[in-house]
Design a protein around this ligand. Structure first.
Ligand code: 13P
Length: 249
């Protein structure tokens, strides 16, 4: 049985003071014990502050991006070692907003995954189709290309460490959530790809989160699907109560 994992992707929101308040409210309200993994992914400037709030709790911390190089002249970038030293265990890689606005590709995502894994960070790797691709019946082909490209060269042991997030681009920040059937079908397809690329152990072990307008009123149904192992929550993670409601659903 895969342990559920709910992660809040705060994106470019929350000053340090706001982050402290939000993290404290989440810490106060959480009632799940160790039944599920909960992860907060604040902006880099908030990571250290949030780490202090959640220390000695079961809440995990993640970055929203990293560079594939270990260090050096890459102005504005953040390394895996920096994230680790600031208290992160996780890092989101290849979010569609980074692919769309910052030209990330499956190849750069692949490099970042390898860097993250060798630094002991657990990657949350995002894949998902655009509306046009879905309308053109290309969803499965897009997911296949992305999953294969992102995981290229990873051993079964490395692949098993990854968390995948299926985030249909058309559902992100739009209020349009994938239907339970659409989401489950995509998750099952991704799991089948893992079986094809690796083996049953990897396919059974990798957790696949759903992301895209997940809210307290739809999370229960989504999370009840056999291949949906958690959520990567954007907008609804910026409010402690709605994030807690999703966790407790
Ligand atoms: P929303 O929950 O705001 O749609 O964002 C989803 C997302 O992009 C999480 O990474």
């Amino acid at each position: 049985m895969r342990k559920r994992i709910i992660a809040g992707n705060w994106k470019m929101n929350k000053t340090v003071d706001e982050a402290l308040e939000l993290a404290a409210a989440i810490k106060e309200g959480i009632k799940t014990g160790d039944k599920i993994d909960v992860v907060l992914c604040p902006p880099f400037t908030d990571v250290t502050a949030v780490a202090l709030v959640i220390q000695n709790t079961r809440i995990g911390l993640g970055g929203q991006n990293l560079h594939w190089e270990e260090k050096g002249a890459f102005t504005g970038e953040i390394s895996a070692a920096m994230l680790r030293s600031a208290g992160c265990e996780y890092v989101i890689i290849g979010h569609s907003e980074r692919r769309q606005y910052f030209h990330e590709t499956d190849e750069t995502v692949n490099r970042k995954i390898k860097t993250a894994l060798s630094a002991g960070l657990r990657p949350i790797v995002c894949v998902g189709e655009t509306l046009k691709e879905r309308e053109d019946n290309l969803t499965e082909r897009v997911l296949e290309t992305q999953v294969e490209g992102c995981l290229a060269g990873l051993t079964a042991g490395q692949a098993a460490e990854i968390i995948l997030a299926y985030e249909p681009v058309w559902a992100i920040g739009t209020g349009v959530v994938a239907t339970v059937e659409q989401a489950q079908a995509a998750h099952q397809y991704i799991r089948d790809l893992l079986f094809k690329l690796y083996d049953r152990t990897v396919a059974d072990r990798v957790r696949i989160q759903y992301g895209g307008s997940m809210k307290p009123d739809n999370s229960g149904q989504l999370l009840a699907q056999p291949d949906i192992d958690g959520g990567l929550v954007g907008g609804a993670s910026l409010d402690a109560q709605s994030f807690l409601d999703i966790i407790h659903s």
